[in-house]
Design a protein around this ligand. Structure first.
Ligand SMILES: [Zn+2]
Length: 157
C-alpha cells in the first residue's frame, strides 16, 4: 500500500485530457502510472487499480522494447519541489490554460550529470526507497530504479 501514493503522482491530470491515463493500471506483472512525461512501474500487485486500455498497453510494449535499461551512469535524485505560480493568462481567475485553477506549474530545469530535467517531474521521485537515476543519453528517457519498481522520466533541453 506504501507505494500507492507515488503512483498517484504520475497519473494524468486533468483527467479529461487522457482519461485512460488518469488512474494507475495493470501492465503485465506490474502496475503502471504515467502522464506521458514520466512513468512509474510498481511490482506490488494488490493495489487498487483498473485494467489498462489496449492502446496504452501497446504504447508501453513499444516504449519498453525501444528503451532497454536501466543503463548508463547512476545518480542520486536531488530534493525537488513542484512550484506553482499564478496563471499569466487569467491572472488567477481561472481559464482553460490552467484548468480553472488560476495556477500553473512553474517549469524549472535541474541539471543531473549530462542531462536536464524538469523539477516538477523529479519531485515525483522524492521519497521513493533507494531511488537512483540512470542516464544513458541526455536526450533519451532516463530510467529510475527504486526498491519495488522502476520507471522512466523524460529529459528537457
Ligand atoms: Zn488561467
Amino acid at each position: 500500500m506504501e507505494l500507492y501514493k507515488f503512483l498517484e503522482r504520475f497519473v494524468q491530470i486533468p483527467a479529461d485530457y487522457r482519461p485512460d491515463l488518469a488512474h494507475p493500471f495493470f501492465y503485465n506483472d506490474a502496475i503502471v502510472a504515467t502522464d506521458g512525461f514520466a512513468l512509474i512501474r510498481v511490482y506490488q500487485l494488490g493495489l487498487p487499480c483498473k485494467p489498462g486500455s489496449a492502446r496504452y498497453i501497446n504504447h508501453l510494449d513499444s516504449l519498453f522494447a525501444a528503451t532497454p535499461g536501466p543503463c548508463g551512469e547512476q545518480y542520486d535524485v536531488p530534493q525537488c519541489e513542484e512550484h506553482r505560480v499564478t496563471c499569466s493568462d487569467c491572472n488567477g481567475i481561472g481559464c482553460e490554460e490552467c484548468d480553472g485553477t488560476g495556477e500553473v506549474i512553474e517549469y524549472k530545469k535541474i541539471a543531473i550529470g549530462p542531462a536536464l530535467f524538469n523539477e516538477h517531474l523529479l519531485a515525483r521521485l522524492n521519497g521513493l526507497p533507494n531511488c537512483k537515476l540512470h542516464i544513458e543519453h541526455p536526450q533519451r528517457p532516463a530510467w529510475f530504479t527504486f526498491t519495488g519498481g522502476d520507471g522512466l522520466i523524460m529529459p528537457t533541453f
